[in-house]
Design a protein around this ligand. Structure first.
Ligand code: SF4
Length: 694
C-alpha cells in the first residue's frame, strides 16, 4: 500500500485517451499529480472512469520524454541539441528551400487526434497560410474518415447524432464493428447497465466480444460475419425490413428525399440482398438476420453503435451510409434512445475533423473551393488562399515516392507505426528532403526526421477536446510545460519563420478565432465552457447551450438522403498460401500505438500483442497456446505469441497494434476505402505457422 497523502489542490481536466472524453479532477501536491479522480459532474462520464484515464498518466513525466529541440542535416547524423528558435528557423529554412526547389505544393502536414482543437486549428492554419496549400490531413484519415463522408452525405453533418445519455432510453442496440467494453470502457459500462435493465442487443462482429457473452450480459443475436462483409449484412437487415413491410413510412415520407427513398426501396428489395443470398458470403445464418431485423424495426427505440470495424474497410463509407439507411428506414433518428453513434477511438478524432485538418475542407466541413468560405479566412488571415484540395495522407506517401512531395511537418502522430503497410510509409519518409516531428518521445517516425520539436502532454495543455458525442471539453493546464513552450506557440513561431506572421497570446485566443470563423462553434468560448462545464456543438444563437441530439425536426441537409449501397467484396482474399483472415483491434489497458500506455504501469496488464486463434485452426497447425508463431501476409511478416481462444471463429485471427515490436502494420495491406482512402486494417489474408523463436 502506497500512502499518497492528501492533495493540496485539484484542477478539472479531460482524459487524453479515448473518445468518451471523461472529466477528471487532477489532484495535486505542489507540482506533482498524485491522483486522477473521475469528476462526478463530467458531462460524458458522470463520475466514472477506466484504468487508462484513472491510472495511466505517468507517461507525462516519463524519463523518455524529450525536452529539448534537436536538428540534424541527414538522418544518419547524430542529433544536435539546439534552442527552440534555432530548431524552428532551421525547419523553416529547409521547408522553404524545398518549396523553392519543388514548388509550393511539395510540402504539407499531418495532425493528430490526440492534440487539442487549438493546436490542430493552428497546424491547418500553418499549412494554408504559411505553406499556402491544402496539404493537411488528420490521422482520422486512417480511422473515422468514412464516418465524416457517410454521415455528411446522408444526414448533412459529419458527426454522431446523439449524446451518450440518450442510450438510457434505448430499447434495442445494434453494436457493429466495435468493442465498447475494451475501447470505450465508460460508455461500454453504460451500455451494459441499459442491457441489464432490459434493452435487447444485436452484435455484428467476427469475434465473440464481451457484449455477446459476459457474466452479466448476453446478446440476443450475434451475427458473426466474415471480416469485410458489413455492407452485405446491413443490406440484408434492410432487405428484411423493406420486404416485410416494416419501414416507418410516416417518418420516411415526412423526413426523407422521396426520389432517393423510392430508388433505394426498389434496390434493397432485390433478391440479391436477401439474407439467404448473402449467407454464403457473410457466413451469418439467414434466419438469424431475419429475426434481428424484425427486432430492430419493431423493438422500440433502436440505436446503432459502430467503430473502426465498420470504417476501416474498402467499403467503409458504404457501410456508414448503409447504417444511415437502416436508421432512416425504421424512423430511428432525431429523438432520445435512437440514432447513429460512431464511437471515436481517440480523444479528439471528432475535433480534428471539425478543425479542417483535411485537404478539401476548412474548419466546419466547408469545401476549399467554396469562395464564400475562402473569403472568411482570407479576411481573417489577411492573404489569398489556395482553392484546390491538397493531398490525403496516403497520397502524400505515394507522391513522396514519385518525388513530387518532399517535406512534411508531423504533429503528434507516429505514422511509421500507426499507418498500414509500414515498408511503404518508411520508403516515403526516406524519400523526403525534410521531415519535422513534434512529439513527446523519439517515436518510430522520428527515426526519419531532421528536426525534432518537443511537445507537451495533456497535463501541460490548455485547450479543448471534442468527444464522440460532439461534446467540447476543457483541457486545463495542470503542470507547467516541461519543455517550456505551448504547442500552438511552436506552430505559430514556425509559421512566422516561414514568412507568415502568426501570433496568439493564449489558447483561449485561438478558440475565439475558431468561434469567429466556424459556425457550429460560434457560441463557444472558455468563459462559456467554464460556465456550462462542457457543451455539444452546434452551439450558436439558435442553440446557446449546445445540441445533445441532432436532426430532431429536420436533417441538417434538410431531407435525409437514402443512398444505394451495393456490396462489393474486397480484393484481399484468403488463398492457399494465406488461408486465414487477420483483423485488428484494441485492448482495455493499452491505447493505440502504445506510446503513452506502454510508459505506465498499464504495461503489466498487456505487455505484448497477442494473436488470438480458434482452437481448431491451432490444432490443425499443431500449435500450442502461448507459443511464438510467425504471421505472414502478402505485404510482410512478423512474429507474435499465440493465444488459443474460442472467441474467434474458424478462419479468422485477431491481434492488437499497441507494441512496435510486433509491428502489426508490417503485414496490413495498402487497400483503402473507395471514398476516403481510410486503410483496410480489418481484412488481411495471412498464414500462421510455428516459429523457430523460443
Ligand atoms: Fe474515459 Fe476513455 Fe479515458 Fe477511459 S480512456 S477514462 S473511458 S475517456
Amino acid at each position: 500500500v502506497v500512502d499518497i497523502g492528501q492533495p493540496e489542490h485539484s484542477i478539472i481536466t479531460t482524459c487524453a485517451y479515448c473518445g468518451v472524453g471523461c472529466a477528471f479532477k487532477a489532484e495535486m501536491r505542489g507540482e506533482e499529480v498524485v491522483r486522477m479522480v473521475p469528476y462526478k459532474d463530467g458531462g460524458a462520464n458522470e463520475g466514472h472512469s477506466c484504468v487508462k484515464g484513472r491510472f495511466a498518466f505517468s507517461y507525462a513525466t516519463h524519463k523518455d520524454r524529450v525536452l529539448t529541440p534537436m536538428i540534424r542535416e541527414k538522418v544518419t547524423d547524430p542529433w544536435q541539441v539546439v534552442t527552440f528558435d534555432e530548431a524552428i528557423n532551421y525547419a523553416a529554412k529547409r521547408l522553404k528551400e524545398t518549396q523553392e526547389k519543388y514548388g509550393r505544393k511539395s510540402i504539407g502536414a499531418v495532425t493528430s487526434s490526440r492534440t487539442t482543437l487549438e493546436e490542430i486549428y493552428s497546424v491547418q492554419k500553418l499549412v494554408r497560410a504559411a505553406f499556402n496549400n491544402n496539404n493537411v490531413d488528420t490521422c482520422a484519415r486512417v480511422c473515422h474518415s468514412p464516418t465524416g463522408y457517410g454521415l455528411k452525405v446522408t444526414f448533412g453533418e459529419a458527426a454522431g447524432t446523439q449524446d451518450f445519455k440518450s442510450t438510457d432510453k434505448t430499447d434495442v442496440m445494434l453494436v457493429i464493428g466495435c468493442n465498447p467494453t475494451d475501447a470505450h470502457p465508460v460508455f461500454g459500462s453504460r451500455m451494459k447497465k441499459r442491457i441489464r435493465e432490459g434493452a435487447k442487443v444485436i452484435v455484428v462482429d467476427p469475434r465473440r466480444i464481451d457484449l455477446v457473452d459476459s457474466p452479466h450480459v448476453k446478446a440476443d443475436y450475434h451475427l458473426q460475419l466474415m471480416p469485410g462483409t458489413n455492407v452485405a449484412v446491413v443490406n440484408a437487415l434492410c432487405h428484411v425490413i423493406a420486404t416485410e413491410n416494416l419501414i416507418d413510412r410516416k417518418f420516411v415520407n415526412r423526413r426523407c428525399e422521396k426520389t432517393d427513398f423510392h430508388r433505394w426501396e426498389e434496390f434493397i428489395k432485390r433478391p440479391e440482398h436477401s439474407p439467404e443470398a448473402m449467407e454464403p458470403v457473410t457466413g451469418v445464418p439467414a434466419q438469424m438476420v431475419r429475426e434481428a431485423a424484425r427486432l430492430f424495426a419493431t423493438g422500440g427505440n433502436a440505436a446503432i453503435y459502430y467503430g473502426l470495424g465498420v470504417t476501416e474497410h474498402t467499403q467503409g463509407s458504404t457501410a456508414v451510409m448503409a447504417l444511415a439507411n437502416l436508421a432512416m428506414a425504421t424512423g430511428n433518428i432525431g429523438r432520445e434512445g435512437v440514432g447513429v453513434n460512431p464511437l471515436r477511438g481517440q480523444n479528439n478524432v471528432q475535433g480534428s475533423s471539425d478543425m479542417g485538418s483535411a485537404p478539401h475542407e476548412y474548419p466546419g466541413y466547408r469545401h476549399v473551393s467554396n469562395k464564400d468560405v475562402r473569403d472568411i479566412y482570407e479576411k481573417e488571415w489577411g492573404l489569398k488562399l489556395d482553392d484546390e484540395p491538397g493531398l490525403r495522407i496516403p497520397n502524400m506517401f505515394d507522391a513522396a515516392i514519385d518525388g513530387s512531395y518532399r517535406g512534411m511537418f508531423i504533429h503528434g502522430e507516429d505514422i511509421a507505426q500507426s499507418d498500414p503497410d509500414t515498408h511503404h510509409v518508411e520508403a516515403a519518409l526516406k524519400a523526403m528532403d525534410i521531415v519535422v516531428v513534434q512529439d513527446l518521445f523519439l517515436n518510430e517516425t522520428a527515426a526519419f526526421a531532421h528536426v525534432f520539436l518537443p511537445g507537451t502532454s495533456f497535463l501541460e495543455k490548455d485547450g479543448t477536446f471534442v468527444n464522440a458525442e460532439r461534446r467540447v471539453n476543457r483541457v486545463r493546464k495542470v503542470l507547467k510545460e516541461k519543455q517550456g513552450v505551448p504547442e500552438w506557440e511552436i506552430v505559430s513561431r514556425l509559421a512566422t519563420a516561414m514568412g507568415y506572421p502568426m501570433h496568439y497570446n493564449s489558447a483561449s485566443e485561438v478558440m475565439d478565432e475558431i468561434a469567429r470563423t466556424t459556425p457550429p462553434f460560434q457560441g463557444i468560448s472558455y468563459e462559456r465552457l467554464d460556465e456550462l462545464g462542457s457543451v455539444q456543438w452546434p452551439c450558436n444563437e439558435q442553440h446557446p447551450t449546445g445540441t445533445p441530439i441532432m436532426h430532431t425536426d429536420e436533417f441538417v441537409r434538410g431531407k435525409g438522403r437514402f443512398m444505394l449501397t451495393a456490396f462489393m467484396a474486397t480484393d484481399e482474399r484468403a488463398s492457399n498460401n494465406f488461408p486465414l483472415i487477420l483483423t485488428t483491434g484494441r485492448i482495455l489497458s493499452q491505447y493505440n500505438v502504445g506510446a503513452q500506455t506502454r510508459r505506465t504501469d498499464n504495461m503489466a496488464w498487456h505487455p505484448e500483442d497477442i494473436l488470438e486463434m480458434n482452437p481448431y485452426d491451432a490444432e490443425i497447425r499443431g500449435m500450442k497456446d502461448g507459443q511464438i508463431v510467425s504471421l505472414t501476409s502478402r505485404a510482410g511478416a512478423t512474429t507474435i505469441r499465440l493465444k488459443i481462444s474460442d472467441r474467434m471463429p474458424q478462419g479468422v485471427v485477431y491481434t492488437t497494434f499497441h507494441h512496435p515490436g510486433t509491428g502489426a502494420n508490417l503485414i496490413t495491406t495498402s487497400n483503402s476505402d473507395w471514398a476516403t482512402n481510410c486503410p483496410e486494417y480489418k481484412v488481411t489474408a495471412v498464414q500462421v505457422a510455428p516459429s523457430n523463436q523460443p
